[in-house]
Design a protein around this ligand. Structure first.
Ligand code: CIR
Length: 255
C-alpha cells in the first residue's frame, strides 16, 4: 500500500499535561514542536501531502490523531477513544474527515476503540483489546470495517502495553516489526516477524511510509537491524513524545 494523504495536528501547549503511565517528567512544548515538525517534513519527503490541523488546547493528547479515527482510501471511521480526557477529540475529527472522505462512519454503540490498537495487514485489520479498546468497541468496529470491505480479527494486547501498536508496526505486505512479548503471544500467525532487540521495545512503534521506515532515533540497534534487512530507515527524534507514551504512528492518519 502506498500512502498519498496524511492528516496531522499541531501539538498544543497543554501537551505538557499529556497522559502517561509512568511519570518521567513533562515533555517540553518546544521539544515536541521540533519533533513534530521533523516528522511532518519526513512524511512529505516520503511523498505524502500532509494537512496539519490547528492545535486543540483543551485536549493535551490531541496531537496523537491516530487514536480518535481510522482511515482507508474507501472511507473513514470516527472512533470513541477509551481515555475520558480524549473522548471529545473524535468530535473535532469528524468534520475534518467529512472534507476528505465521501464515506464517514461513526462507531456505533457505547464501546471504546483507539486507533492505536488497530493494525492493518495485507489481508485483514487486527484490533487489539487493551485498556483503551474494549470488546464492545472492537465488535462495533468490526461492523464498520465490514461495511468498508475489510475483514478483521480481535486480538489481545500484552498486559501493561498501552496500545496494540505500541508494540508493533507493519514493515511490508508480509512482515511485522514486533516486540518479543507481543510476537510470543502468537497473534501474527503466518506473518514474518522481525523482533526489536531487548531494551528497545519502544522502537516497535515504527512507521512505514512508502519507501521509508521512520524509526525512533534513540534505538540504534533496531535501526541497524532494519538497515541490514534492506529497509531505508529515517531516524526521528522521539525523546519528548515518549514521555507521554507516544511513538511515531500516533501522530498521523494515513491513506
Ligand atoms: C495517550 O495516553 O493517549 C497519549 N499520551 C499517547 C497516545 C499514543 N497513541 C498511539 O500510540 N496511537
Amino acid at each position: 500500500t502506498r500512502f498519498n494523504s496524511i492528516l496531522a495536528r499541531t501539538p498544543s501547549r497543554s501537551i505538557t499535561a499529556g497522559l502517561r503511565a509512568v511519570d518521567m517528567g513533562d515533555p517540553s512544548y518546544e521539544g515536541v514542536i521540533a519533533e513534530h515538525r521533523a516528522y511532518v517534513t519526513a512524511l512529505e519527503a516520503a511523498g505524502c501531502t500532509v494537512t496539519v490541523l490547528p492545535a486543540l488546547e483543551d485536549f493535551p493528547d490531541s496531537v496523537f490523531v491516530e487514536d480518535p479515527a481510522l482511515v482507508f482510501t474507501e472511507g473513514a471511521i470516527v472512533l470513541r477513544p477509551g481515555a475520558p480526557t480524549r473522548r471529545h477529540e473524535a468530535g473535532f475529527m469528524a468534520p475534518v474527515l467529512a472534507e476528505h472522505f465521501e464515506t464517514v462512519l461513526h462507531l456505533p454503540g457505547t464501546g471504546f476503540a483507539d486507533g492505536g490498537d488497530i493494525l492493518r495487514t495485507a489481508d485483514k485489520v487486527m484490533i487489539g483489546l487493551s485498556a483503551r479498546t474494549n470488546a464492545e468497541g472492537a465488535e462495533a468496529l468490526q461492523g464498520c470495517l465490514k461495511a468498508l470491505g475489510h475483514a478483521s480479527e480481535i486480538v489481545t494486547t500484552p498486559k501493561g502495553v498501552l496500545h496494540f501498536k505500541s508494540d508493533c508496526s507493519l514493515l511490508s505486505e508480509d512482515t511485522v516489526l514486533s516486540t518479543a512479548r507481543l510476537a510470543a503471544s502468537g497473534v501474527f500467525g503466518d506473518l514474518r516477524t522481525l523482533l526489536v532487540p531487548e531494551g528497545e521495545e519502544e522502537a516497535a512503534n515504527a512507521l512505514r511510509v512508502n519507501d521509508v521506515v521512520l524509526v525512533g532515533a534513540d534505538f540504534p540497534r533496531t535501526i541497524e537491524m532494519l538497515t541490514q534487512a534492506g529497509y531505508a530507515v529515517v531516524p526521528l527524534a522521539t525523546r519528548e513524545i515518549r514521555k507521554v507514551d507516544a511513538g511515531l504512528s500516533c501522530m498521523s492518519l494515513r491513506w
